[in-house]
Design a protein around this ligand. Sequence first.
Ligand code: 13P
Length: 336
Amino acid sequence: MSELNKIALKIVSNGKGILAADESTGTMSKRLESVNVPSTSDNRLLFRETLFSSESMKNCIGGVILYDETIKQKTSSGKTISEIISSSGAIPGIKVDTGAKVFASSPKEKITEGLDGLRERLKEYYELGARFTKWRSVFNISGEYPSKLSIDANSHALARYSALVQECKMVPIVEPEVLMDGNHSAEDCYKKTSNVIKKCFEELMLYNIDLSGIILKPNMILSGTNSDKKISNEKVAKLTLKCLEENVPKNVPGIAFLSGGQTEIQATENLNLINKYNKTNFIMTFSYGRALQQSALKYWSKDIKDLEGTKKIFNHRANMNSLAAVGKWSAELEKK
Ligand code: 13P
C-alpha cells in the first residue's frame, strides 16, 4: 500500500468524511454577511476554529479542506489551525486552485487557474501541515455546454495539478463539479457528468497519476434546480452509482461528494441511499461545505459568543452525515 493510498483511506474510511471549509475570503464574506456578521479575519477564524474543535471531529471528520488564510492563522490557544485539526485525528488539507475564471476560448464557461507557481506553494503548504489538496473545475449544463473544449482544458489542468501534488507527497482531491443550476433533466446531468468524469480519468492516466492515491469529489446526479422534472431520491442514488461505476477506475479508493446547493437533509438522505445501494468497492462519503455548515452558521450568527451551542449544531450534522456514509442514517435520527 502506498503512502498516498494510506492517507486517502485515512480520510474517508470508517464513516468519516471531509469538512470543506475552504471558502475563499470573498465567498466566506458573502456567507457571513448573509447572516449579518461582519467578515473580519477574526470572525472567520472564530467560526472555523469552533467547528474544528468540536467533538464530532474525532469520529466523523477524516479531513478538513482549508483556505490559504486559515492554514496560516493561529488560534486563541496559540496553536495553529493544522495542529487543532490533527489533534482530533483528522488530516489538514488545502484548496490550491486560484479560482474558476472566464474561459477565453468559450466565454460562457469557466477554466480553473492556479498551475503557475503551484510546486512552490505546495511545498509551503506541506510545511504548514497539509497532507491533501483540492482543485475544483466547474461545468455548467445548458444547450451545447459543457463544450468539449472546456472539458478537455479543465481535465488537463486537473491532471497537471494532480501530478504536482503527488510529487509533493500529498493526496489530490480531484473535483470536476457539474453544477445544479439550470432546467436540465437528471438524464442530461447523468450524460454530461459521465463525459466529464471519463475525460478526467483519461487525462489523469495520461499524466501517470497514482489513482490509488487520489480522492474523487463529484456531484450527485440530480435534475437542474429549475427543472420541472424532479426525480426521487432513490433515482438520484441509482443514477449516481451508475455514472460512477461506469466511469471511475476501480483502484480509486474514495469518492467524496460535494453538496452543491442541496439542502442539508437532502445531501444526507441522498448519501445514505447511495451507500444503501452501493455494490462497488468504492468508499462513498461526503466532502460537504454548505451542507455541513449552514445550520451552525445560522445559529452562531445570533450570538457569536455561544461557541458550545454552535458546536452542538455542527456535531449533529457531522454525526448524521457519518451515519449516511455507512448507510445507517434515518429520518427519525434527525429528531433526536
Ligand atoms: P458544497 O458542499 O457547499 O458544494 O462545497 C463543497 C466544495 O468544496 C465545493 O468546491
